[in-house]
Ligand binder design. Structure first.
Ligand code: PXP
Length: 237
């Protein structure tokens, strides 16, 4: 079964626009679970422009499904994750001011750093995932550094999908095979949506998890959150 983890950063962005507590991020997370999400993802950034550190602490005892915290492993991020102890941490090579993640790690260039960080999380019993492109070498170095999983950066798939979906998915299938051969779990995320998700899943049915935020929250404006989550889940059958 491929799990759907809903990234709720966009909900926090909406809340922060007015300074109050509408929408209530904690309630939305719990409703996502009630409507069928298999997990909740947050991406706390140093400037707290979306999810705040206080949200991350408050979410932990409320969630009944898998909690995934993603972000750049700064000292502060590592401390937060170790205190909160989510089920999974996803390491992303974001700079603090970046609009959104736009590349995977160069796991070869950052091998020593990633190895040290992964070791800390592995020792704390937190499953680790490293955000990477489809480059086989990047996946191999993620495995060598001690990652439990890799998360494939799917923006190139999403942007090429409309033109030629067979070509768009081909490098992801190859990368998924490399991950499987190395014994790594496999996640995917970025720009996945109701149009492109099912085809991705059909080609890589051994995916462990997809993490989806932007398109899902946009769809919820039209369809409502409950139906939206059900439709995303339907893409994973
Ligand atoms: N995975 C990672 C590592 C991300 O940084 C993001 C965006 O925060 C996502 C998945 C979800 O991407 P999207 O919001 O485009 O669904």
């Amino acid at each position: 079964m491929t799990k759907l983890s809903v990234n709720i950063n966009k909900v926090a962005t909406l809340r922060n626009a007015r300074g109050g507590n509408m929408p209530d991020v904690l309630k939305v997370a719990q409703d996502c679970e009630r409507f069928g999400a298999d997990g909740i993802t947050v991406h706390p950034r140093p400037d707290e422009r979306h999810i705040r550190r206080s949200d991350v602490y408050a979410l932990r005892p409320l969630l009944r499904t898998e909690f995934n915290i993603e972000g750049y492993p700064s000292r502060e991020f590592i401390d937060l994750v170790l205190k909160v102890k989510p089920h999974q941490v996803t390491l992303v090579p974001d700079s603090p001011t970046q609009l959104t993640s736009n590349a995977g790690w160069d796991t070869k260039a950052h091998f020593t750093f990633l190895g040290e960080v992964l070791d800390v999380f592995n020792q704390a019993g937190i499953r680790t995932s490293v955000f990477v492109s489809t480059d086989a070498e990047m996946i191999e170095y993620a495995a060598k550094a001690g990652a439990d999983r890799v998360e494939l950066y799917t923006e190139p798939y999403a942007s090429a999908y409309a033109q030629n979906k067979e070509e768009a998915v081909a490098p992801f299938v190859e990368a998924a095979k490399v991950a499987r051969r190395l014994g790594l779990g496999l996640n995917a995320g970025h720009d996945l949506n109701l149009e492109n998700l099912n085809y991705f899943y059909q080609n890589i049915p051994w995916l462990d998890e997809v993490s989806i935020g932007h398109a899902l929250i946009c769809d919820a404006l039209y369809l409502g959150l409950e139906r939206t989550i059900q439709e995303y889940k339907n893409c994973l059958h």
